[in-house]
Design a binder for this molecule. Structure first.
Ligand SMILES: [Zn+2]
Ligand SMILES: [Zn+2]
Length: 314
């Protein structure tokens, strides 16, 4: 079946309410990150690292409009996670939840200084909070930002963990990933490609450092803690276009799942995001593109793509 045919087609605004819990990436990678989680009438945006037009287009593809957003969660203040925030808040002043350190880091951005009146919710890592009617737990990640976190969200009995931009899997991340139905996890680079690639030495050191980004193998090691009978799907995020390939990320995660005895699906997500993924049943209704409008072969989930990726990674 053609992958494009699997996409959920809906006109903007169709997705007013969804009687389960579902998740989709609008974009993933170094040129922009944004995700949405919808549960009944709540719609959370996780990170706002795309331009407003790109956000609107991404939401429209999922049958949504920005007016539906209940709140925004931010992982950290780097531009690829917040560059669209000011433009979004100018039009829709929905609450923004993040750590106090990230909020302070955002204050350095000139485009956000005029947004002082927007409602900010300070989250304390390790302490669950209610955001938009959903239970949200921020957990510490390890990254060269002020107070970076990942998120675990509980929604109508579904549990999702979102962790990107972290140099290693923190104990808090491992704890948050346990028992999830859906894990959205960074698999940024292949250490060999990074080592032999074109990045300047200092940048290579930063990416590989303890406060940089997770390698494919490090991501796979998280699965040992994450796998349970509940885990249905793992999304590989923030895949470097220069120092990685979706096949390698998928292969490492598929191997990690197999080692842990899990039959959960893998999906590599690129700059064009994914379709909806149902958090309860984790049927994947979308594609995950890396290279543009033409669907990438890795949008096909399941054992076929995973096993070919696994052999490529070794
Ligand atoms: Zn970052
Ligand atoms: Zn990033």
């Amino acid at each position: 079946m053609e992958l494009g045919a699997q996409m959920t087609t809906a006109s903007p605004g169709d997705g007013t309410r969804f009687d389960g819990t579902r998740f989709a990436m609008i974009a993933s990678g170094s040129d922009g990150n944004a995700a949405v989680l919808q549960s009944a009438e709540t719609l959370l945006l996780i990170d706002a690292g795309v331009s407003y037009p790109r956000l609107v287009a991404g939401l429209a593809r999922l049958g949504l409009v920005p007016q539906q957003l209940s709140a925004i969660l931010l992982t950290h203040e780097h531009g690829d996670h917040v560059c669209g925030l000011a433009a979004l808040l100018r039009r829709h002043r929905c609450p923004v939840a993040t750590t106090r350190e990230t909020r302070q880091g955002l204050g350095r951005r000139r485009d956000l200084r005029s947004q002082a009146a927007a409602e900010w919710i300070d989250l304390r890592p390790g302490q669950p909070s209610w955001v938009g009617g959903l239970e949200v737990l921020a957990f510490r990640t390890s990254h060269d930002a002020r107070g970076p976190v990942g998120y675990r969200v509980e929604a109508k009995g579904a549990r999702l963990a979102y962790a990107t931009d972290t140099g290693h899997a923190t104990p808090e991340l491992l704890e948050a990933a346990a028992g999830c139905d859906l894990l959205a996890l960074e698999a940024n680079h292949c250490p060999d490609l990074l080592r032999h690639g074109p990045y300047p030495r200092r940048l290579k050191e930063r990416v590989a450092s303890d406060r940089g980004h997770l390698s494919n193998q490090q991501a796979a090691e998280v699965l040992g803690a994450a796998v349970s009978a509940r885990l249905r799907a793992v999304l590989a995020l923030h895949i470097s276009k220069i120092n990685n390939h979706p096949d390698l990320a998928m292969g490492a995660l598929a191997a990690g799942l197999a080692d842990a005895g899990s039959e959960a699906r893998c999906l590599a997500v690129g700059r064009y995001g994914s379709g909806w993924i149902d958090c309860q049943t984790s049927g994947t209704h979308g594609r995950a593109n890396e290279d543009g409008p033409k669907p990438h072969a890795l949008g096909e989930t399941g054992a076929g793509a995973a096993s070919s990726g696994r052999s490529a990674s070794r």
